[in-house]
Design a protein around this ligand. Structure first.
Ligand code: HEM
Ligand code: NAG
Ligand code: NAG
Ligand code: NAG
Length: 506
């Protein structure tokens, strides 16, 4: 009987300890909240207070019916510009306030990480730049940043070569064609050439794919592995119980394909080191993979970084082009205005400087990224107690406490369509508005702060080049899709029904 008092004492000590830590945390937080003038946020999406199952159900329904973004926008209009949500065990604060977004991404950058979302990406991406936090991310950013300097990303000759291949698949007899399909091929061909010094050349093989060709196999595996990330995210913690041989096989194929090029680059570097000792001159041309191999010989590291950039850069740029031409194809006046501007080139292919000087073209691209931002929503995870400047109080104008462990979601899509910021015509595609528009954090297609997109110049150069060349080759473009634009939301945002158009040669 001597034992039970001891058990009680231990249990008592244990619970006192828990109580003590809880109370100190509570008091520390109360002080933090007071010091920062935080007030509670009243908007709440979920009605089920424990698991938020009703919110989850709504999200699934919206996803199935391709109305995620428009419903999200309505929700913000109903609940306020910042509100609470919950996904099973995950507390969420959602916001469409530019000041909050600036705080998350820039002012209090160090209070946040990517959080759980990394898990779904890791099998394909490893710990490359797009999927790393903290020190690791910082290293990757240092390693890769110099490779995105202006003259390196402007390989217009390569764009022209791939464009000529695309041109072969554009009907000159007015037959309907889906530009979106071709844009996705164009961007994987040019990105793989840029990154690996080896193009998948998928535009060479439209309609006559050889199932045994390794570039074809890679292209398919990469698409599959990428879609599989979405599935991994939906399954969350349960994903480990999902039988997924096909997904694993796809990842293996992608890794092996890229490793071959890494091996080549490393071998090349060795030879170069030898030659240098012997005093011979270096090749002038710039190779991305070669530059990375100069800085590290870690094969897996190089492979991971390359696949990260391919993922970051391929669908995004193709989606921008697809969404933009979806809008332009139904506006002959905009197409004609673009053609007038491009006519200043006198029919020549553009130089880098000329591309940058085309103002209306830039307005068309900016406007597309405004109403169809290809990364329409994003999240960060609070790694310590922190505070947002807006969202607290009945009017949402006071600071809001963000406890450690909260996921903060922000929506460029909703910000970009706020009528109080962009005017009553915020939902319309109107490039002309950029004649006077000079937005700050309320316009965020490429993210901001230390993790701003590294490939912005590359993407805009590529999209500009393709647009100019298309407009030079065809004097008219007509939409063959009578329906309004419908979202296709995977990792990026494009058009569900593609970009169906008919073309008239110039
Ligand atoms: C229209 C085209 C593009 C858009 C809208 C876009 C948008 C974005 C956004 C929103 C992010 C931030 C993601 C996050 O931190 O959660 C990002 C990051 C990144 N993007 Fe882009 N991107 C585009 C094209 C490209 C291209 C063509 C490349 C490379 C060739 C590229 C490379 C990267 C990289 C490496 C990062 C990670 C940067 C970091 O975490 O430090 N992007 N991009
Ligand atoms: C890049 O590819 C070309 C053509 O396949 C090849 O001749 C050249 O040696 C490669 N350069 C590097 C640095 O890998
Ligand atoms: C277009 O968008 C970029 C950011 O993506 C911005 O820097 C630029 O000022 C915008 N403005 C115009 C006039 O195109
Ligand atoms: C999709 O595009 C086709 C033309 O290829 C068109 O007939 C159809 O109405 C479009 N919209 C939908 C929702 O299918």
């Amino acid at each position: 009987m001597a034992q039970s008092p001891l058990i009680f004492i231990l249990a008592g000590a244990f619970f006192s300890y828990i109580l003590y830590t809880r109370i100190t945390l509570y008091l520390a937080r109360r002080r933090f909240i007071k010091e920062n003038g935080c007030q509670p946020c009243l908007g709440r999406f979920h009605k089920d207070p424990i698991l938020g199952l009703d919110a989850l159900k709504t999200m699934n329904y919206n996803s199935k019916h391709h109305i995620v973004l428009q419903e999200n926008k309505k929700r913000f209009e109903r609940l306020g510009r910042t509100f609470h949500n919950r996904m099973v065990t995950m507390p969420i604060i959602a916001t469409c306030e530019p000041e909050n977004v600036k705080t998350i991404l820039s002012l209090k950058f160090k209070d946040y990480s990517f959080g759980n979302r990394q898990k779904a990406f890791t099998p394909l991406l490893g710990h490359g730049i797009f999927n790393a936090d903290g020190e690791r991310w910082s290293n990757s950013r240092h390693l890769l940043r110099p490779n995105f300097a202006r003259d390196q990303v402007a390989d217009l000759e390569a764009f022209e070569r791939h464009f000529k291949l695309m041109l072969k698949h554009l009907p000159r007899d007015g037959k309907t064609v889906d530009l979106q399909k071709l844009f996705f091929r164009f961007t994987i061909d040019s990105a793989t050439e840029f990154l690996f010094n080896h193009s998948t050349n998928s535009l060479r093989m439209v309609g006559q794919e050889d199932a045994n060709n390794e570039d074809v196999i890679f292209g398919k595996a990469f698409n599959f592995a990428q879609d599989d990330i979405g599935t991994r995210m939906r399954f969350g913690a349960l994903d480990r119980f999902r039988k997924n041989e096909k997904g694993q096989e796809a990842i293996r194929i992608c890794h092996e394909y890229i490793e071959k090029f890494v091996d080549d680059a490393l071998r090349f570097r060795k030879e170069l080191d030898h030659e240098k000792k012997a005093g011979s001159a270096e090749d002038e041309k710039y190779y991305f993979i070669q530059e990375v191999a100069k800085q590290t010989t870690d094969k897996k590291r190089i492979r991971d970084e390359l696949i990260n950039i391919l993922l970051a850069g391929r669908d995004t740029t193709a989606s921008l082009l697809s969404n933009m031409f979806f809008e332009i194809a139904r506006r002959p006046d905009i197409y004609a205005k673009l053609r007038d501007e491009v006519a200043t080139l006198g029919g020549r292919t553009p130089t880098y400087e000329e591309l940058r000087s085309l103002k209306y073209l830039k307005h068309c691209l900016n406007e597309s990224l405004r109403i169809h931002p290809v990364v329409p929503g994003n999240t960060r995870f609070a790694i310590r107690d922190t505070v947002l400047p807006l969202g607290g109080g009945p009017d949402g104008k006071h600071p809001l406490f963000v406890p450690k462990g909260t996921t903060v979601g922000y929506s460029p899509y909703v910000m970009h369509r706020r009528k109080d910021l962009y005017g009553p015509d915020a939902d319309e595609y109107k490039p002309e508005r950029w004649e006077t528009l000079r937005p700050g954090w309320e316009y965020l297609p490429f993210n901001g702060g230390p993790r701003i997109c590294l490939g912005q110049q590359y993407a805009l150069t590529e999209a500009s080049y393709v647009t100019v060349r298309l407009v030079q080759e065809f004097k008219e473009m007509e939409s063959r899709d009578p329906e309004p634009w419908i979202e296709s939301l995977t990792l990026t945002l494009c058009s569900l029904n593609g970009t169906k158009v008919g073309l008239t040669p110039a």
